[in-house]
Design a protein around this ligand. Structure first.
Ligand code: PMP
Length: 462
C-alpha cells in the first residue's frame, strides 16, 4: 500500500507533487514554487481541498463532470465490470457486451444516421482517428487527393500531434513542429475580438465564407473535411453569430466536404440539447465525443460516424488503426450508467428549461458590471469579455490575460472555479446545478469581478 494519502500535510503533498509530477499546460517551475492546490474529494457541484475548503466547481472539472461528483451507482457499475471482465480488446474479431451496448445506445441517441462508433480513450485521440478516417474514406472512394482538413484559428481539438494540428492555438503549434501536413486554418467567428465595425450577423457570414474561399483556393478535389466545435470551448466560449452555422452547412453540402462536429464539450447536454449540433442545426458526417460521455468518471472518447462513411470504410478492407483501450469495458460500462443518469434525471431539461434560463438571466446581468463588455451564454456554457472600454471593445494595454489572471485568482480565493482565457472568464458547470447554486456562483463571480476591477484601477491598468 502506498504511504502517500490524503492525510499527509498539504505542504508535503505539494513538495512531492513538485518533485515528480509534470502538469499539463503548466509552467512547471512556477507551479513548483507556488505549490499546487490539492483536491481531495468532491460531491455534487462542490470540490474540497486538502485544507478542508469547499469550492463551487463552475467548470465541471475540465468541462466533463456533467452528472456531478460522488455518484455511487457509477462506482458500483465500475466495480462489477472490473470483477467480471476488466479488459479485453476488440481488435482481432472479438467484442464484448459493454462495447456493444454503448455503441447501440450512442446510435440511438445521435442525430441523423450517425449509427456507428469508433472508440478512443479521449477527445484528442478520437480526433486523430477522424483525420485518418476521412482520408481513408476518400481514398476508398477513389479520391486519395482529397486529404486536406480545414479547421479554424483558436479552435481546440486536443493535444496529440493531429489534435493540436487541427486546433488553431498558436502557442501549441510553436512547440513540437506543428501543424502536421495538410491541415489548414481559417478565421474564427469571434465577433467580440475580431468583428470590427461589422454587425455580428455580417461577421458570422463573412467568417463562414472564408471556408468557401479556402476550398476554392485549394481546389474542391483536395479537401477532405472541415472540423469545428459547435461553440469553441477552450478558445474562450466563443458563441458564433446566428448566421455562421447555416452558411457553413451550406458550403460543406455544396462542395462535398465532410463536416466533423467536435462535440467533446458541447455533447451530452451542455448546450441545452443532447448535442450542440442539434442546438445549431448542424448535420455532421462525424461527431467527436468524450468528456460528458462518461462525465469524466472513466477515460473514454470516440467518433460517431455516418452510415455512408462507416459503410464505405467497412467495405475497404482493414482500417489500420486502433487503441489498446478502444472500447475499454469498464469505461463503456461507466459511460452507459452515466447516460442513464443524464436521461433518467432529465439533466438536459435542467439546462434547457429549469436552471438554464435562470442562469442565463443572472449571467446576462453581469454585463452591467463596469469590467464586463459582453456576457453570453448558451445552456451551461458562458463567457464574460472583460475590457477597459466597453464601447470600443478594447483589449487591455498591458496584454492579454491582464484582467483574466487576476480575476481567476480572486475566484479561486472566493471558492469558485471560473477559468480565464485571455481576458474572458468562462463557466461550464455540472448539469445538475440548481438555482440556489446559481445564486452562489453569481455572488462569488460578482465579488471576484469587483476585486479585479479595484485592483486594475489601483495599479493603473484601466
Ligand atoms: N476537442 C475539444 C473540443 C476539447 O475541448 C477537448 C478537450 N478540452 C478535446 C478535443 C481533447 O480531449 P481530451 O483532452 O480528452 O484528449
Amino acid at each position: 500500500m502506498n504511504m502517500i494519502s490524503n492525510h499527509l500535510p498539504t505542504e508535503e503533498l505539494q513538495a512531492l507533487d513538485a518533485a515528480h509530477h509534470m502538469h499539463p499546460f503548466t509552467a512547471g517551475a512556477d507551479l513548483a514554487r507556488k505549490g499546487a492546490r490539492v483536491i481531495t474529494r468532491a460531491k455534487g457541484v462542490t470540490l474540497t481541498d486538502s485544507n478542508g475548503v469547499d469550492i463551487l466547481d463552475g467548470m465541471a472539472g475540465l468541462w466533463c463532470v456533467n452528472i456531478g461528483y460522488g455518484r455511487d451507482s457509477i462506482a458500483e457499475v465500475a466495480a462489477r465490470q472490473l470483477k467480471e471482465l476488466p479488459y479485453y480488446n476488440t481488435f482481432f474479431q472479438t467484442t464484448h457486451v459493454p462495447a456493444i451496448a454503448l455503441a447501440q445506445k450512442l446510435a440511438e441517441m445521435a442525430p441523423g444516421d450517425l449509427n456507428h462508433v469508433f472508440y478512443a480513450s479521449g477527445g484528442s485521440d478520437a480526433n486523430d482517428t477522424n483525420v485518418r478516417l476521412v482520408r481513408h474514406y476518400w481514398a476508398a472512394k477513389g479520391k486519395p487527393e482529397k486529404k486536406v482538413i480545414i479547421s479554424r484559428r483558436n479552435a481546440y481539438h486536443g493535444s496529440t500531434m493531429a489534435g493540436a494540428s487541427l486546433g488553431g492555438m498558436q502557442p501549441m503549434h510553436a512547440q513540437g513542429g506543428l501543424p502536421i501536413a495538410d491541415i489548414v486554418h481559417i478565421g474564427q467567428p469571434n465577433w467580440w475580438a475580431e468583428g470590427g465595425d461589422m454587425s455580428p450577423e455580417e461577421f458570422g457570414l463573412a467568417r463562414a465564407r472564408e471556408l468557401e474561399a479556402k476550398i476554392a483556393e485549394l481546389g474542391e478535389d483536395k479537401v477532405a473535411a472541415f472540423i469545428a466545435e459547435p461553440i469553441q470551448g477552450a478558445g474562450g466560449v466563443i458563441i458564433p453569430p446566428s448566421t455562421y452555422w447555416p452558411e457553413i452547412q451550406r458550403i460543406c453540402d455544396a462542395h462535398e466536404i465532410l463536416l466533423i462536429a467536435d462535440e467533446v464539450i458541447c455533447g451530452f447536454g451542455r448546450t441545452g440539447n443532447m448535442f450542440g449540433s442539434q442546438t445549431y442545426d448542424i448535420r455532421p458526417d462525424i461527431m467527436t465525443i468524450a468528456k460528458g460521455l462518461s462525465s469524466g468518471y472513466a477515460p473514454i472518447g470516440g467518433s460517431l460516424v455516418s452510415d455512408e462513411v462507416a459503410n464505405t470504410v467497412a467495405e475497404a478492407g482493414d482500417f489500420n488503426h486502433g487503441y489498446t483501450y478502444s472500447g475499454h469495458p469498464v469505461s463503456c460500462a461507466v459511460a452507459l450508467e452515466n447516460l442513464r443518469i443524464i436521461e433518467d434525471e432529465k439533466l438536459v431539461e435542467n439546462v434547457s428549461t429549469h436552471t438554464g434560463p435562470y442562469l442565463a438571466e443572472k449571467w446576462a446581468q453581469l454585463a452591467d458590471h463596469p469590467l464586463v463588455g459582453e456576457a453570453k451564454i448558451v445552456g451551461f456554457m458562458g463567457s464574460l469579455a472583460m475590457t477597459p472600454d466597453k464601447a470600443s471593445r478594447a483589449a487591455f494595454a498591458a496584454g492579454a490575460g491582464t484582467a483574466g489572471l487576476i480575476c481567476r485568482d480572486h475566484c479561486f480565493a472566493n471558492q469558485l472555479v471560473m477559468r480565464h482565457v485571455g481576458d474572458r472568464m468562462i463557466i461550464a458547470p455540472p448539469l445538475i446545478l440548481q438555482k440556489s447554486d446559481v445564486d452562489t456562483l453569481i455572488e462569488r463571480a460578482v465579488k471576484s469581478l469587483d476585486q479585479t476591477h479595484a485592483k486594475l484601477k489601483a495599479e493603473g491598468l484601466m
